[in-house]
Design a protein around this ligand. Structure first.
Ligand code: ATP
Length: 472
């Protein structure tokens, strides 16, 4: 099968193909670019593999472009990269990799295209397009990747045992791709995830976290987290989250399964916000529940103080996951700690000062906190849902009202009572209040600018309406 290239792509690929021909090295576009183009997804980087020296090919290509782009060489990896018309193109020599059981770092030797395709993680990521003149545009698909794209299947090119033990990060990548692309993991590959999960221990936390964040950034991360849970992978790096799973029933009183509740909250939030830190907060908002869980004969299961406990657990979790220990950590901690505050204000007879305290404590993150709290409503009872949402709308109105009255109280118009009394030669009186209010309202309504001169003129006009004349 031939790849249908658009004209710009054809020109670029032909040029790379010509450079490769000059050097006598067969070259191919391979991996994610081919997959995403065939799926009609937006593409970014192009990976070019050649049977020979990838760095040399990058230099040859750069020399054929005007203006000549800078070639960034990563000699340790034998790769080189350049930017052309906003596209990042990476060049690498085809390689064969062999792994030893304890290390992530493979022994690398030069290899054929076939060797290079064998070391790819999934059949859909092993597709290559030929840039050679006689086969230009032909898709080289040794593992049925095209059919798997069609069938929406994630499958390892080799035996899953080999692919996953060679680089166990591929297990997380399988789940991430399934989630991102809406694909199913082929049964034997899925079995491999369960069987080889413990190999994950040789992978650095940074790489694990990068995959988790990609799952968090999908529109429906519960798909990925459910797969992570069912395969047992999640238990290996986020035990605080897996501890949420389970229902305990005592004397006919059961609590909800907080793991599935958390995933619902997360999906709800993802419909409202792309902020990945708020998504982390949704994932972690209830992690204080397992350690605070108690059974009370009268009231059943309680999780008193779980928001405080959860917030206190966040820094260790961030450290373990190599997440940033800066304002992002403070933000997630704050969200976890405050996640019950708004709901309590929808229930009670709310006082202005309680609302004001919420506004003050949440500060600039109030809107995010409200999104998290709204997402936390997962009741299946339609009537209850309507009541809770109504409570939120009411709270939002109260917040707006308190904000407005505070703004008015704190805000000082440019004309003070002092100026009015001096200008008209009058003492404290009803007129001073009337003029002051009229000037303030004119500014708030946008009739005049919030500056001294127009406010002064407005004051004179208003004074005249009351029969006052300036004495100065
Ligand atoms: P994304 O850009 O969404 O992270 P991708 O697959 O498009 O995913 P890369 O992660 O840059 O992009 O990988 C490019 C290609 O390199 C992949 O399509 C795959 O062929 C190969 N690859 C990347 N990581 C691995 C891995 N851990 N094991 C095997 N092959 C890999």
């Amino acid at each position: 099968m031939f790849f249908s290239l658009d004209p710009q792509e054809r020109r670029l690929f032909q040029m790379i193909g010509n450079c490769a021909a000059r050097l006598g090295v067969p070259a191919y576009v391979i991996g994610g670019y081919v997959r995403d183009r065939l799926l009609g997804r937006p593409t970014k980087d192009i990976d070019v593999v050649c049977v020979g020296d990838g760095i040399r090919l990058a230099q040859e290509v750069a020399g054929s472009l005007a203006p000549k782009p800078k070639v960034v060489v990563y000699s340790r990896f034998g790769t080189a990269m350049l930017h052309f018309e906003g596209i990042e193109i990476e060049f690498v020599g085809a390689r064969r990799e062999s792994y030893s059981p304890d290390s992530r770092k493979p022994e690398v030797e030069l290899g054929t295209l076939e060797d290079d395709q064998n070391r790819r993680d999934f059949t859909i990521n092993a597709l290559a397009i030929s840039l050679q003149e006689n086969t230009f545009g032909q898709i080289i698909d040794p593992f049925n990747g095209l059919a798997h794209l069609e069938q929406k299947i994630i499958k390892t090119p080799l035996d899953p045992g080999q692919t996953f033990s060679d680089d166990p990060l591929r297990m997380l990548r399988a789940i991430r791709f399934a989630n991102q692309l809406g694909f199913t993991i082929e049964p034997n590959t899925y079995k491999g995830l369960k069987q080889y999960k413990s190999r994950l221990h040789i992978i650095s936390k940074e790489r694990i976290t990068a995959e988790v964040e990609k799952i968090l950034q999908t529109p429906k991360p519960s798909i990925g987290f459910n797969l992570l849970f069912d395969t047992g992978l999640l238990h290996l790096f986020l035990p605080e989250v897996t501890a949420l799973q389970g229902v305990e029933d005592r004397a006919g009183k059961a609590h909800k399964d907080n793991f599935y509740h958390t995933l619902e909250v997360l999906d709800n939030l993802c419909k409202k916000s792309d902020n990945v830190w708020l998504r982390w907060a949704a994932l972690l908002h209830d992690i204080g529940k397992p350690p605070t869980k108690k059974f009370d004969e009268a009231s059943g299961w309680t999780f008193h103080g779980h928001e405080w406990k959860g917030a206190a657990m966040v820094p260790t979790l961030f450290r373990n996951m190599r997440l940033p220990l800066d304002s992002k950590l403070d933000y997630v901690k704050k969200m976890v700690m405050m996640h019950l505050r708004p709901i309590s204000l929808t229930k009670e007879e709310v006082t202005d000062s309680a609302v004001r305290r919420l506004i003050f404590d949440a500060g600039e993150d109030l809107e995010d906190l409200m999104l998290l709290c709204e997402s936390d409503i997962t009741t299946k009872n339609v009537k209850k849902m309507a009541r809770y949402l109504e409570g939120y709308e009411y709270l939002k109105e109260r917040i707006a009202l308190v904000n407005e009255s505070d703004r008015l109280r704190l805000w000082q118009p440019p004309i003070t009572g002092e100026v009015i009394m001096r200008t008209f030669g009058i003492g404290p009186s009803k007129e001073v209040g009337i003029i002051k209010t009229a000037v303030r309202e004119a500014i708030l309504d946008g009739i005049i600018n919030n500056d001294y001169e127009p406010a002064f003129q407005k004051m004179i006009q208003e004074g005249e309406k009351l029969g006052l004349k300036p004495v100065l």
